[in-house]
Design a protein. Structure first.
Lengths: 230, 230
DNA sequence: CCGTTTTCCTGAACACGTTCAAAAAAGTTC
DNA sequence: GAACTTTTTTGAACGTGTTCAGGAAAACGG
């Protein structure tokens, strides 16, 4: 019962095939030519299907992005789970997760900008805080929950509870940087990851200091309020 | 020589009038009906001008947003400067600045979403990190420089140097929250401002502690690198 | 003033995302 | 397999942002 799908649910084997055909055509063209350059007519043509039929399965061009989200998230999941099992420290896990995320997204760098563009619009069903994308977002945060769950570091329980969400936000920030990064092989993004992960590790230690308790409590209360927004 | 203007520079009094006429029509309609509902044809019609003429002065619908940026920034400036003169503490100044920013933007809440939507796209000339919008961005950061400049608090010089940029980023975050805020009278946004300003004030004190020097140095070096992006 | 150049302005045209009535095909029921 | 329902598929149409060749008006130079 994947209620995340805003796409038309197929009632037929044939329908399922057609839908997959359209999605694959779309992702291929998107990857090659980016978002603006890829027209719905071209997608339909490549899938050997009428224009209206493409709209039967995907309510809009933006809905194809949601499908993209879902697909890359699963790709990333497959790549990152073994790494989480192998590493035990929060630092090493975070490092592995982020690097794999970027390398998974890399083929779509050209059109990832639009992804964020639509995501930032509160009226869009794709913005990360909208109800429509709640399931996908939740899946994504869940990954960070697993990352934090059985790590050995001594972290106060109040911070530990909010940490998955905070790390998810942080990882969104990294992606935003990556989108704007035009350095060769995204060297700058990878360097940013290395440095921020290191810094974050230190900050978590700091925030875990008993002396920091009052400030930490305040900050965490604020974060909790922020989360209600969605 | 305001090079921020991507709009056609007028060579004639008549041209100047027509351009202003179009912009005013646009802002009026934008304010009333939001971005998507406001068509270029409607703008041209209200200004009693041909469609092509609107495009003569504003290269695209998005360029009208840039004009919007500029105008609201100036409105905000007029409102906030007296407050900066009146208050001396960083906390009070920041509070006043942010509250006035939100109230200045309020009439355009409906279409502010699109503003961020386009701003988040790295290919758009409107994204805050793009060259095209550099002058406007710089003006905006300059305001925070003034805010920090003659404040009395004892802040390490390294932090003081980066603080305007950091506060600018923070204020962008507040606006992002405001865009998504549908609470009555934006009560939640104002509460967020109150709380975060308070917290920020505490954090700055904390970061100014000599014990924090190593972490602070690291973090600031990172921020400096991040800034190069634009 | 007239000729020329620059600026302002127009309306038709294009490609796009999207919608929709209705045809075709597939599935269901008896 | 016939009548009916549901699902899939089509192609034409609409309104949109944007472009462009060229006309109208103003500025300029003699």
């Amino acid at each position: 019962m994947n209620s995340a799908e805003k796409t038309k649910s197929t009632k037929t084997v044939k329908g399922e095939q057609t839908k997959a055909l359209i999605l694959n055509s779309a992702l291929g063209l998107l990857r090659e030519h980016g978002y603006e350059q890829t027209t719905m007519r071209a997608i339909a043509k490549k899938a050997d299907v009428s224009l209206g039929n493409a709209y039967h399965y995907f309510g809009s061009k933006e809905h194809l992005i949601q499908a993209f989200y879902h697909r890359t998230h699963e790709e990333h999941l497959v790549a990152v789970l073994p790494a989480l099992r192998k590493e035990t420290s929060l630092k090493a896990r975070l490092l592995a997760l982020l690097r794999l995320k970027i390398s998974t997204l890399e083929p779509y760098h050209e059109f990832a900008g639009v992804l964020f563009k639509t995501a930032a619009d509160p009226h869009s069903p794709l913005n990360p805080f909208a109800d429509d994308s709640a399931p996908t977002r939740h899946d994504s945060i869940k990954l960070f929950e697993e990352l934090v769950a059985d790590t050995k570091a001594r972290i106060p329980s109040d911070l530990r509870a909010e940490l998955p969400y905070l790390l998810w936000l942080y990882h969104m920030g990294i992606i935003l940087f990556w989108i704007h990064d035009s350095s060769p092989k995204r060297a700058r993004t990878y360097r940013l990851i290395d440095q921020t992960v290191d810094l974050l590790d230190k900050l978590i230690s700091l925030a875990s200091n008993p002396l920091m308790r009052p400030v930490r409590k305040r900050a965490l209360k604020l974060v909790a309020e922020l989360r209600e927004l969605g």
